[in-house]
Design a protein around this ligand. Structure first.
Ligand code: 5GP
Ligand code: ZN
Length: 115
């Protein structure tokens, strides 16, 4: 837990969020400003600032997060028609919250533009 980190504070229950899933190491909640009908944020509970901070020993954690994303896509009803799973990394990558997070976005035909 990093005290001033917004997503660490959601993990700690200090800031409310619409949590759709959690286990010992992962949590998923609805984005406060959804970009599509379905927009979840999926994060490791442990504070990792960005993709750039990942270490070799976190391969399993990242694999489990991606598998969880596919399950949540099914649960949210977007798996059949398709969805996007993205990570913004760093300032030029568009990352605003400095706690590694995956966006699961779907529920409408998304633009092909990524940048
Ligand atoms: P980034 O731009 O860092 O990749 O994405 C940060 C995401 O976090 C944005 O989509 C933004 O809407 C979302 N967000 C920011 N503050 C909050 C919050 O307090 N609660 C929730 N649920 N989402 C947030
Ligand atoms: Zn954090």
């Amino acid at each position: 837990m990093t005290e001033k980190c917004l997503f660490c504070r959601i993990v700690a229950g200090e800031i409310p969020a619409e949590i759709v899933y959690q286990d010992k190491e992962l949590i998923a909640f609805k984005d406060i400003n959804p970009q599509a009908p379905k927009h979840l944020i999926i994060i490791p509970k442990k504070h990792i600032a960005s993709l750039a901070e990942l270490t070799e020993d976190q391969q399993g954690l990242m694999g489990r997060l991606i598998i969880l994303a596919t399950k949540l896509a099914q649960k949210e009803g977007v798996a059949e028609n398709g969805y996007r799973l993205t990570v913004n990394c760093g300032v030029e990558g568009g990352q605003v919250v400095p706690h590694l997070h995956f966006h699961l976005i779907g529920g409408r035909r998304l633009s092909g533009r990524l940048g």
